[in-house]
Design a protein around this ligand. Structure first.
Ligand code: PAF
Length: 288
């Protein structure tokens, strides 16, 4: 396995693979890898086969963090990530630094961004202004640098996957986007690098997201007719109250293809929520 830190070296490799007709799978990550990320690596390997190449990018992208968010303390452990990637049969870990990814930015000379204007407006986009501009920009750059045939993202970031798919379509990136299912801990908490912030009791309270989804799913599947979203919002509020340190940021009910909010919720509607547990903001989602 190779560890590549420069854009120029990654581009050289990508061009060589392209010349030889080698299939390439990319798993973009911000590192601090867990079983959820490794499931994306396996999905990429399955897609490109034994003769293909799997690249895992590890880069904590500053442009997708707001000024009051956790960029500085975001968990990092490149050594451990490299070990996990090696064990998983990854071919290349691409781990650039900020100067490689955003040349000139420190001196105020970086000025090009990619913006998706529709699917990125609600939920995470509304709660974290500028977040998706950072995500689409860095992912577009990674696509240009690695030139993958397939890129794999996790369904925990449901809106992110939809925004990236739209960008791929709208900007004609010649690749397929795969979205792999959420991987959960035994108690139902969706795997996330940010779970590391949660100590004993807060970690237990984090189950409140999955419990909210389950409560809504039960209500929707047993209802005789579509349930009003306002009613389900207050149901979620009640579940969240069972965790003393949890605070609801948003909950949304929407069409999974268009992300359009719905007023009446029926089986097949999608639900996403963000909750602060202590000082840690967690997200989750599920089909109802
Ligand atoms: O999902 C993530 O980890 C990040 O948003 C991504 C896609 C790697 C872009 O920085």
């Amino acid at each position: 396995m190779r560890i590549v830190t420069s854009v120029a070296a990654m581009l050289r490799l990508a061009r060589r693979w392209r010349r030889h007709g080698t299939r390439v799978g990319l798993v973009p990550t911000m590192g601090y890898l867990h079983e959820g990320h490794l499931s994306l690596v396996r999905a990429a390997r399955k897609r490109v086969g034994g003769t293909g190449r799997v690249v895992v990018s590890i880069y904590v992208n500053p442009t997708q963090f707001g000024p009051r968010e956790d960029l500085a303390r975001y968990p990092r452990d490149l050594k451990r990530d490299v070990r996990l990637c090696r064990a998983e049969g990854v071919d290349v870990v691409f781990a650039p630094d900020d100067a490689e990814m955003y040349p000139g930015k420190a001196a105020g000379n970086y000025s090009t961004y990619v913006v998706e204007e529709k699917l990125s407006q609600g939920m995470e986009g509304a709660s974290r202004p500028g977040h998706f501009r950072g995500v689409t920009t860095v992912v577009a750059k990674l696509f240009n640098i690695v030139q993958p045939d397939v890129a794999v993202f996790g369904a925990k970031d449901f809106q992110q996957a939809a925004v990236i798919k739209r960008m791929v379509r709208d900007l004609n990136f010649p690749l397929k986007t795969l979205v792999a299912p959420i991987v959960r801990e035994l108690d139902g908490v969706a795997m996330s690098s940010r779970n590391k912030y949660l100590s004993g009791d807060l970690r237990q309270q984090a189950t409140v997201l999955q419990r909210s989804i389950q409560a809504v799913r039960r209500a929707v599947t047993t209802a005789k007719q579509p349930a009003p979203a306002v009613q389900l919002r207050s149901l979620v509020g009640k579940v969240i109250q069972t965790a003393p340190d949890a605070r609801l940021d948003y909950v949304e009910f929407f069409e999974p293809e268009t992300l359009s909010p719905v007023a009446k919720v029926s089986p097949g509607t999608h639900m996403a929520l963000a909750v602060f547990v202590g000082g840690t903001r967690l997200i989750d989602n599920g089909r109802l």
